[in-house]
Ligand binder design. Sequence first.
Ligand SMILES: CC(C)(COP(=O)(O)OP(=O)(O)OC[C@H]1O[C@@H](n2cnc3c(N)ncnc32)[C@H](O)[C@@H]1OP(=O)(O)O)[C@@H](O)C(=O)NCCC(=O)NCCS
Length: 167
Amino acid sequence: MSATAHPKLAMRPFLPADVPLLAEIFRASIAELTGDDYSEAQQEAWAAAADDEKQFAAKLAKQLTLIATLNGSPVGFIALEGADKIDMLYVHPAATGQGVGAMLADAVEKIAASRGASKLSTDASDSARGFFEKRGYAARQRNTVSLRGEWLANTTMQKQLVNPKAP
Ligand SMILES: CC(C)(COP(=O)(O)OP(=O)(O)OC[C@H]1O[C@@H](n2cnc3c(N)ncnc32)[C@H](O)[C@@H]1OP(=O)(O)O)[C@@H](O)C(=O)NCCC(=O)NCCS
């Protein structure tokens, strides 16, 4: 009998050796999951953030980065910037709709709350906005950011956290 009859979803901290795979997940996620909301030129400018792998690695290492695995293979990641901001959340297009994003978001919401953060925010892409709304994040501000000559819109969204240490 196979020990992996059902895909097994798990989570672990980021390791430097994960960088090439995470860059691949980042690019594939943007290319295949954001096309309804962003033009090809915008998607390319966005995905180019992983072109300089050293810089991408440094960013992942500086933040609290968690990796989701399905049967041991990385399929998504989340990066918490500072105490209370989700900087990146990307799931591979082949692994969406299975609770990967929710598991990663749950984890950083708990970590941030246990460290005393009262809120968590993110600059959500238009493609991910519905995901965050579903989790209780409220839109605060519409932004337009310039990336390699392209203007991309996103929305700052914020969720109140329940501090488990609060009396
Ligand atoms: C947004 C994203 C992270 C969601 O990942 P995922 O693993 O497919 O999400 P989950 O399977 O955990 O979904 C959790 C719930 O949110 C819902 N959901 C997922 N994506 C959604 C979306 N774009 N809009 C509305 N609801 C969404 C799911 O249906 C699911 O609902 P359920 O609890 O009723 O079953 C993923 O689609 C992605 O990587 N998108 C492209 C990259 C991107 O824009 N990242 C954000 C940058 S800020």
